[in-house]
Design a protein around this ligand. Sequence first.
Ligand code: GSH
Length: 253
Amino acid sequence: MSATAGTPKLVLHQLPPSHPCATVRRALTLKGLEVERVDVTFGRHGEEMAAIYGEGRTTVPGMLVDDEPVHGTVAILRRLDRIRPDVAPLYPAPIADAVRDAEAWADGELQDLGRRLPWGALHFRPERFGALLGRGTLDGAGTDVAIRAIRGGWRYHGITAERLQADLAGLPAILAQVDRYVDEGLMGGEAPTALDLHVGATIRVLAMAEDLRPLLRGTRAWEHAQRWFPIGESSVPAGAYPEGWVPAATAPQ
Ligand SMILES: N[C@@H](CCC(=O)N[C@@H](CS)C(=O)NCC(=O)O)C(=O)O
């Protein structure tokens, strides 16, 4: 694919179900930038990414900008904003610093929850692992493979039942933080900021667990996520997390 005059050639290395990759894809469409998408191989993605982006840079997304490696969601969003500053600015001038500060939280604490909570739910419903890849319920043999993969996911992400329970207990506070950012005008406006894109992609991945939807619905996080990341059917049915671990939803504000 050749870049149009003045626009660099962009290549996105991704794992399609990854929420940070969804953030970057949304930024690209908002800015009207063309990109070549390359799916790295799940399981070998670490070595494939490091070979392109350098030692230790094993995660997705990464982007080549005219062959120059730019690694990580934040670096990519900032670069896209420089490439096309006038279309859909992600760090609008009056609030740019505040968006950048909030982005550090969204790229870290919030984004991590978007890995631990779905992996956490899948442990209890491993036959739904295929839903991550847009497939249906797995059969017995497929579920055996999924169980092994999910065990690996728990180890890799440092998930324990104790941590999962604590993450679930902490979710209302996380959602309240998003609502504060909306109140402060850092996201949730007519035009999305970088924060909208980080938050929206994570909310959508959390919504794959039906158990979390009562908590999510009625928050401004949910309402605003839908605008940039439409949320479809859940993938893991209600009743996955152990009883009593998901805090009760309060009445929508
Ligand atoms: N905050 C970083 C983290 C990226 C990240 O951890 N990506 C995950 C996918 S959601 C990944 O590559 N996981 C595979 C691995 O860590 O090996 C970013 O947004 O670039």
